[in-house]
Design a protein around this ligand. Structure first.
Ligand SMILES: *Cc1c(COP(=O)(O)O)cnc(C)c1O
Length: 429
């Protein structure tokens, strides 16, 4: 045996999953148990003091969920990972130890629609706020960071157009401001993009999408790089000072690179309860074993479909960053050298009406509000997810009335193209 780190294809199958010590079961069992028997009173006390690692109650940790957390941690190259009930739960869990009333985050304008709503509306109830800026304008990002800023938030490959974010540039700005960069890696997955290697402190994933890959369960994860020094300033008292919510334990000084992860379990999951269940973790463990194989095919198909669409006279533009014509193409080599993912938008010359007819005439594509499935998916944002916005807001969000978003699946590329071809014919007849 050598100490050479294992490759991605090996880790996605084996990380976090040894044969079951009790039965030898090779596949990770679904530990459908709420609680775990303590050896004795001393053992119980040691667990509650975080002096010994073990299982107490499944709102905090569960063996099946822990196997998945360890696997995502290995794929993202983190120090620690927690799993949550959804991607949106993961975003709140990532912010929870950092924020307090009056604090803000600086967030990209190019985000998943649900995240825009969560950040612009819902977090206000906690006294938190978000300042949205175009993350291609680095001066604007720098200017938006103030004394109350506690994180910068972006997506690696951003919704809905599949734009690629300059993660190292944002990491530099975050470092200068003394705050972590949080990257939502959902649309890329760890196979295409490794945000921690590019300077991110925290990586969130909606495991609902590519990590599970088959549209069965919702889930999320938060991975901490372990590299941020929470005690370097007084900005992050939950991590640097005695935590009143955990009998005065100072997580940063006591736990170093694991401070964020242990705080997220011992305080975040304990009190917010946005826990992943073991059955859900099982489906995601099944999916993640083939992540790299699926992503290769997603990317190969997306490249073929985007190239075909770009040449079609009925199509006005295609935003896929994997196309040489994309202004984001040059960032691929640095940010996601294996491919620009499989989510992008295209515009139809026929406008809103043609888009609606296209959606109504696809047969292989599914018309759903989801992405990252093995199935090809399509949605017309202006009449669905972005319906509440006025036209100017729709245009700014990359969801103008003539724009369709696709998530290219792993079917035969020829069949995907044939389906678009026949639906475009009907849409523009
Ligand atoms: C789906 C998605 C989310 C939200 O995840 P859920 O699991 O649906 O809560 C967040 N970010 C991105 C980029 C997504 O695609």
């Amino acid at each position: 045996m050598t100490d050479k780190p294992q490759g991605f294809d090996t880790l996605q199958i084996h990380a976090g999953a040894n044969p079951d010590p009790a039965t030898g079961a090779r596949q990770t069992p679904i530990y459908q148990s709420t609680a775990y028997v303590f050896r004795d009173a001393e053992h119980a006390a040691a667990l509650f003091n975080l002096q010994e690692i073990g299982y107490i109650y499944s709102r905090l940790t569960n063996p099946t969920v822990s196997a998945l957390a360890e696997r995502i941690n290995a794929l993202e190259g983190g120090a620690g990972t927690i799993c949550c009930s959804s991607g949106h739960a993961a975003q709140i869990m990532a912010l929870f130890p950092l924020m307090g009333p009056g604090r803000n985050i600086v967030a990209s304008t190019r985000l998943y629609g649900g995240t825009v709503t969560q950040f612009s509306q819902t977090i206000k109830r906690f006294g938190w706020s978000a300042k949205f800026v175009d993350t291609d304008d680095l001066d604007a990002v720098r200017a938006a960071c103030d004394d109350d800023t506690r994180a910068i938030f972006c997506e690696s490959i951003a919704n809905p157009g599949g734009y690629i974010t300059d993660i190292p540039a944002l990491a530099d700005i975050a470092n200068g401001a003394g705050v972590p960069l949080i990257v939502d890696n959902t649309s890329a997955s760890a196979y295409l993009c490794r945000p921690i290697e590019l300077g991110a402190t925290l990586v969130v994933n909606s495991t609902t999408k590519y990590l599970t890959g088959n549209g069965t369960v919702t889930g999320g994860s938060v991975t901490d790089s372990g590299k941020f020094d929470w005690t370097a300033s007084d900005k992050f008292p939950s991590l640097s000072e005695p935590e009143p919510a955990y009998h005065g334990l100072a997580f940063g000084p006591a736990l170093g690179p694991m401070a964020f992860t242990f705080h997220s379990i011992a305080v975040g999951l304990r009190d917010l309860g946005m826990t992943m269940n073991p059955q859900g973790a099982h489906y995601t463990l099944m999916g993640i074993e083939t992540l790299s194989l699926r992503m290769e095919k997603h990317v190969a198909n997306a490249e073929k479909v985007a190239e075909w669409l770009e040449k079609d006279s009925r199509v006005e533009f295609v935003t896929y960053a994997g196309l040489k014509s994309s202004p984001y193409h040059a960032r691929m080599s640095k940010i996601c050298p294996k491919g620009a993912g499989a989510i992008f938008t295209f515009g139809l010359k026929g406008g809103y009406d043609a888009c609606v007819k296209l959606i109504d005439n696809v047969k292989l594509f599914s018309h759903v509000a989801n992405l990252g499935d093995t199935r090809s998916l399509i949605i017309h944002s202006a009449s669905t997810t972005h319906r509440q916005l006025n036209e100017a807001q729709q245009v700014a969000a990359g969801a103008a009335p003539n724009v369709v978003r696709v998530s290219i699946g792993t079917e035969d590329a020829d069949d995907i193209i044939a389906d678009l071809d026949q639906a475009l014919a009907k849409a523009t007849a």
